[in-house]
Design a protein around this ligand. Structure first.
Ligand code: NCD
Length: 335
């Protein structure tokens, strides 16, 4: 599809070619993200970054990505600070904000709310996560990371064997990632979760219909066997009917050095959309893996910037103009 002017609401809208094009643009963003050069291609443009649910990385990296392209960012980080707290409908808010901005990123606790908001927006809307539904930009940055981890070992995304473990029922990052992986060839998914937190059938059916294989298990030993990547997730406490119920699953499935050494191949990369839940000690990825060369979680967060820059460049139709309009960096640079 032509991404210029489009809302980005679900990974279902992408073809493999779209993804490859976005990743080429993301690669071209590296000198700007690393502060080796400046581009002002979005000078004068305004992003409204609307986050009605907690967020650190998605909110800050969307904002930084827009700034790195030369644009300005307006932010609302809490529904209680916006007119939604006075009863304004999402439709009215969309109509108003699209008069103030060139693009809007929105995160909302309800599945489908961002798509509903987009119906009345006159500017492109990007889904920054809607309830337990989807998180398309996270899936793109995860896929970009999978591609670079695989390339480092001489492979492409095709024929990937990936384990996803934890809360697969409510985790929107997993939902979007497994759908976008379906665009590739011969993907093997090994889903590890307690029975009650299994991946919903709709997602499984879509993956199987694209010709990929799925196994489901509660056992780490079985689920981790032979995988190239293990994608660990947090129990999505905020989506459970109550806290006590979520509590039953916290820490149940943990990746730690022992498990990794016992069940994973030495080259298996460990990913997680973050945040890891570290309350009360070790979270779903134990700190004894910090510093392990195959722990890719901070490579993922770094990739979030260039991938989100690429999304803005395509949605706002400037992808081909980025390399014109550059300047040198004059301040003291990191490394
Ligand atoms: C994820 C989310 O919000 O869905 N976080 C993120 O955006 N990186 C995953 C999570 O919160 O567990």
């Amino acid at each position: 599809m032509n991404l210029a002017g489009a809302h980005i609401l679900s990974v279902d809208q992408f073809t493999r070619e779209d993804v490859e094009l976005l990743f080429q643009t993301a690669d071209a963003m590296l000198p700007f993200a690393q502060r080796k050069q400046i581009t002002r291609v979005l000078e004068g443009a305004i992003l409204s970054n609307m986050f009605f649910e907690p967020s650190t990385r998605t909110r800050v990296s969307f904002g930084s990505a827009f700034n790195l392209l030369g644009g300005a960012v307006r932010e609302t980080a809490d529904a209680t600070d916006s007119a939604i707290a006075k009863g304004e409908s999402l439709r009215d808010t969309a109509r108003v904000l699209s008069g103030y901005s060139d693009v809007i990123v929105m995160r909302h606790p309800d599945a489908g709310a961002v798509a509903h908001f987009a119906e009345t927006s006159r500017v492109p809307v990007i889904n920054g996560g809607d309830g337990d539904h989807e998180h398309p930009s996270q899936a793109l940055l995860d896929l970009y990371t999978i591609q670079s981890e695989r390339q480092a070992q001489g492979h492409s995304i095709d024929k990937l064997k990936i384990a996803m473990m934890g809360d697969l029922r409510y985790g929107r990052a997993v939902h979007s990632l497994c759908k976008i992986l379906s665009l590739f060839e011969q993907i093997e998914l090994q889903l590890i979760s307690p029975e009650a937190l299994r991946l919903p059938d709709d997602y499984k059916n879509q993956i199987k219909a694209s010709g990929h294989s799925i196994i489901e298990t509660e056992q780490l030993e079985e689920g981790l066997a032979g995988v190239d990547i293990v994608y660990v997730t947090r129990t999505q406490e905020e989506r459970f009917p109550n806290r006590e119920e979520a509590q039953r699953y916290r820490g149940l499935l943990q990746m730690n050095k022992d498990i990794y050494t016992k069940y994973c191949a030495p080259s298996t990369a460990i990913m997680h959309p973050l945040p890891r839940d570290s309350r009360g000690g070790d979270g779903e990825i134990s700190r004894d893996l910090d510093g392990h060369p195959n722990l890719a979680i901070f490579r993922q967060t770094d990739n979030g910037i260039i991938v989100r820059m690429a999304i803005f460049a395509h949605v706002l139709g400037v992808a081909d103009l980025v390399s014109q309009n550059t300047k040198p960096v004059r301040w003291l640079k990191r490394n």
